[in-house]
Ligand binder design. Structure first.
Ligand SMILES: *Cc1c(COP(=O)(O)O)cnc(C)c1O
Length: 242
């Protein structure tokens, strides 16, 4: 495939995702544009990632910090992009990651929250974070139990982090009805914690390519969409760029 065809395909995919997101958002009675699309670029290289940015997607998510660092230094990705850390972040990768001032969706332990707070204070800027909740009860999945998040929010939060809300993933292989139930649970949990802690927790990061419409129905404000943006460009069996 020629580069111009790839570019065009990415552009079309971005536009149709945006349309679907806007339609789903309107259906909830919210303003279009109220849901932020995070383009998850873990399947593709920096060139294709830059093509997605040219198409208009300025929020990019990576689940591996080293890949994020590398892409963030790439021509065409150095400015205008808001980075999102969406996968497990090891403590020893916090400082380097903060250089790019990302939103961190995947705060999965109290220790990591404190580490991000300390390093942010040291760097002199606050970091926006979301607390990842393990809603599926899936042992394999990362994220904190709801009780632990409740406990965390009941204490004084450390300086250096702004807790914006919750992040969740539906259990692996859940059908859309089960996903919807889980997303509903997350919203209910957020509402409860918000009242109890007196914190706004306005963001809900949930929904991926297969379930983002359900997630938006359930109140998601940030959808993390990867494969759908690269439809027709990825090898179905491996999920990697052809
Ligand atoms: C890969 C990934 C996504 C995007 O998944 P798709 O199904 O490709 O849209 C979203 N969130 C996280 C945490 C991921 O690792």
């Amino acid at each position: 495939m020629k580069l111009s065809e790839i570019e065009q395909r990415i552009q079309q995919n971005w536009q149709s995702v945006q349309q679907e997101v806007n339609t789903a958002t309107l259906a909830t009675g919210c303003e279009p544009g109220g849901v932020r699309v995070i383009g998850v670029t873990k399947y593709v290289d920096a060139e294709w990632t830059a093509a997605l940015v040219r198409a208009g997607c300025l929020d990019l998510g990576e689940n591996r910090p080293q890949v994020l660092w590398k892409k963030a230094e790439h021509d065409g990705l150095q400015s205008g992009v808001r980075w999102h850390v969406i996968g497990h972040l090891q403590s020893n990768k916090v400082r380097r990651s903060l250089k790019y001032q990302p939103v961190i969706h995947s705060i999965d332990s109290e220790r990591l929250l404190h580490r991000v707070a300390t390093e942010s204070s040291r760097a002199g800027h606050d970091t926006e974070v979301l607390l990842e909740v393990n809603i599926s009860g899936d042992e394999e999945k990362t994220g904190m139990a709801a009780d632990l998040i409740d406990q965390l929010l009941s204490q004084d939060l450390p300086q250096g982090v702004k807790v914006m809300g919750l992040m969740a993933m539906a259990g692996f292989g859940t059908d859309s009805n089960a996903a919807k139930r889980q997303f509903d649970e997350v919203r209910v949990l957020r509402d409860k914690l918000s009242v109890k802690s007196g914190r706004k927790l306005s963001e809900l990061s949930m929904g991926m390519s297969g379930d983002y419409q359900q997630a938006i129905e359930c109140g998601s404000t940030m959808v993390r969409i990867g494969s759908r943006l690269f439809d027709g460009l990825l090898d179905r069996t491996t999920g990697v760029a052809r």
